[in-house]
Design a protein around this ligand. Structure first.
Ligand code: NDP
Length: 294
């Protein structure tokens, strides 16, 4: 039987609607308007598309959206000065500096300068450390989205064998921590792992976050496994254009997996929706309100 397709588009739309309801409630009950500031340095076309989509979705959820565009040759000092200003701005509850930054800028110093309470990308060492310690933290958006997608097919992940392929700070590592919080048993694999295929074969939950087109093959999977494909890879088509594929050979996996996310239309859809969740959570925490119901 073909795998159930986990529809990120539908799940993300439901999540955005829940965020919008909660935003309306905190506005009504507490006169609080959550605000997200996005800083874009330079004019990378992919980053511009992401930033535009963040802006539109933030406004659609009823939040305030502030965009700051800086030239690619901005100095480190000027960028840090903007971050410091946003840290002080009481209308801003979430700060996101779009990565990657142009060469010459020190990404680590910029991320470290963001107030951890406003770090809606969850990349500040305070948040990464808190997450690793099992404490309440702002967590990176893509891994949060992966957990929500998994829970759309499994009410509980307790005791399940999960494998996360990829150990980046943005995806793999925080995803491992979130899975541990869900009481899954987690293996983390990377480019030096031995017998990746054998490791994948044991997993009930497979998360591929590698950046290599269709690396995980259908016959690697345990029958019935749930597959969450984080990869976004652009490959050339015969007509000279490109198409997007994930890190999993989708057609092969469909025949073996129990459930699978498509690319596009899976994890990618969830990332911005989770950014809205984080902004709402940050706003409530800064205002001393209870955690919102999303
Ligand atoms: P990184 O390049 O930072 O990390 C890739 C990871 O994959 C590394 O840990 C690397 O191991 C591991 N890896 C590389 N080759 C292999 C291999 N042959 N076998 C096993 N592991 C391997 O990528 P990101 O984590 O930033 O992103 C991963 C993918 O997810 C990309 O396709 C990216 O575009 C996509 N992405 C999608 C998002 C979304 O919203 N859907 C958001 C963010 C990313 P090592 O550490 O040993 O080098």
């Amino acid at each position: 039987m073909a795998a159930k397709i986990i529809d990120g588009k539908v799940i993300a739309a439901e999540l955005r609607a829940r965020v919008a309801d909660e935003v309306a409630r905190v506005k009504r009950e507490h006169n609080l308007v959550p605000g997200l500031a996005v800083v874009l340095v330079g004019s990378d076309p992919a980053s511009e598309v992401y930033v535009r989509s963040k802006h539109t979705q933030t406004q659609a959820a009823g939040m305030a959206s502030f965009e700051h565009k800086l030239p690619a040759d901005v100095s480190q000092a000027d960028l840090l000065a903007l971050v410091a200003k946003l840290n002080r701005d009481t209308t801003v509850h979430g700060i996101l500096v779009q990565l990657p930054l142009p060469k010459g800028l020190n990404t680590e110093a910029v991320v470290n300068a963001i107030d951890p309470a406003k770090d809606v990308d969850g990349l500040h060492p305070n948040n990464a450390g808190r997450l690793a310690g099992g404490f309440e933290a702002l967590s990176p958006c893509t891994p949060l989205g992966c957990i929500i997608l998994t829970k759309s097919v499994h009410a509980s992940l307790e005791g399940m064998n999960a494998i996360v392929i990829g150990r980046s700070n943005l995806v793999g590592r925080p995803l491992v921590q979130l899975l541990l919080n869900e009481n899954a048993t987690v293996t983390i694999a990377h480019s030096r792992s031995r017998d990746l295929q054998g490791l994948v074969k044991r997993a009930d939950l497979v998360y591929a976050a590698v950046g290599k087109s269709e690396m995980v093959r259908g016959d690697w999977l345990k029958p019935g496994a749930t597959v969450i494909d984080v990869g976004i890879n652009r490959i050339p088509k015969d007509d000279g254009k490109t198409r997007l594929v994930g890190d999993v050979a989708y057609q092969e996996a469909l025949a073996v997996a129990g459930a699978i996310t498509p690319v596009p239309g899976g994890v990618g859809q969830m990332t911005v929706a989770c950014l809205l969740v984080n902004t709402l959570r940050a706003a409530c925490a800064i205002a001393g309100l209870p955690k919102p119901a999303v």
